[in-house]
Design a protein around this ligand. Structure first.
Ligand code: SF4
Ligand code: SF4
Length: 303
């Protein structure tokens, strides 16, 4: 029987998740808890209620249909008691303003493959394929293995965007099924890595090394967050990997942006984890210059 996973989005015609035109499959669930996460709706492995405050007209229709009293509108404020939600779906159907939805649907590999197959001609003509993303796609390991195998069988190229935080046994198993990795490199000091993401980075670096020694093309993806990892130590860490792995396909710098904040509110997490603005283009440009001066020729700004 076809493996199942909780998927929170499938983006067709994606141009920024690996080479060519790709279908990106976003899987829910991640073992890391990065302070700056821009996909907070992906952290939990389970489906979740997602409420867009900006779209709500306060018509009150969701209040009428919800038997769990999740929604309340008092003095012009719509509050949502997420813990009480049973994900029955009644309020999503009642809302005419697209302010409510479930994030995360269970899908089988067969169902995902139907979407993948729809764009096979685009992959062929552009050098594209599929990309597994998340969350951490390797956290739903059996599903990812089966999906990658099925793509291999029909000649669709495979890319995996990963934090690298997966057991060495699982990582080695997945290697023969991957054509290219988009591999996160978040924080150089393992102690700081644990502080800001919840896990140390030794296992991640070991898996990066195994993937490189296996000859798989790797694009290193480095989110830079002011006050967290825009440090000389981390920039030197990026340059050290550039020197250690001369065949890296590229090093992309992803400047911090605030898009995750609204999404965090939409799933009921109200505390601000970091109080920062989106990084201005001129600052990001200076980071690139600095890295190039340090000898990191393959560095570029992520699109
Ligand atoms: S039904 Fe939609 S628009 Fe109306 S109050 Fe509920 S969330 Fe807001
Ligand atoms: S999904 Fe069901 S339980 Fe959850 S808020 Fe909507 S109506 Fe209430």
């Amino acid at each position: 029987m076809s493996e199942k996973a909780i998927i929170f989005d499938i983006q067709r015609a994606s141009l920024h998740d690996g080479p060519g035109i790709r279908t990106t499959i976003f899987l829910k669930g991640c073992p890391l808890d990065c302070l700056w996460c821009h996909n907070p709706e992906a952290t939990s492995p389970n489906p979740q209620l997602f409420f867009r405050y900006d779209k709500c007209t306060q018509c009150g229709d969701c209040v009428k249909v919800c038997l769990q009293n999740v929604h309340k509108i008092v003095d012009g404020i719509h509050s949502v008691d997420y813990d009480k939600c049973k994900l029955c779906g009644s309020c999503f159907g009642a809302c005419n303003y697209n302010a409510l939805k479930i994030i995360g649907n269970e899908m089988t590999v067969d169902e995902v493959m139907l979407e993948v197959m729809a764009d096979v001609d685009f992959y062929t003509n552009s050098g594209g394929g599929i990309t597994l993303s998340g969350g951490e796609p390797l956290a739903q390991f059996s599903f990812s293995v089966e999906l990658l195998k099925r793509c291999r069988e029909i000649g669709v190229s495979t890319c995996v965007e990963t934090s690298g935080f997966v057991s060495d046994e699982q990582f080695k198993k997945i290697l023969p099924l991957v054509d290219i990795f988009l591999f996160d490199y978040k924080v150089t000091s393992s102690k700081e890595h644990k502080k800001f993401t919840g896990v140390p980075n030794e296992r991640i670096l070991e898996n990066l090394d195994v993937a490189y020694q296996h000859g798989i093309p790797i694009v290193l993806r480095c989110i830079i967050v002011p006050g967290i990892n825009d440090t000389d130590l981390h920039f030197m860490g990026i340059c050290d990997l550039h020197a250690k792995y001369p065949n890296l396909k590229g090093i992309e710098i992803l400047p911090y942006h605030t898009m995750g904040n609204n999404k965090r509110t939409s799933i009921g997490v109200h505390e601000t984890l970091i109080d920062l603005e989106t990084v201005p283009a001129e600052i990001a440009g200076k980071w690139i210059q600095k890295l190039k001066k340090l000898g990191c020729e393959k560095v570029s700004l992520s699109q």
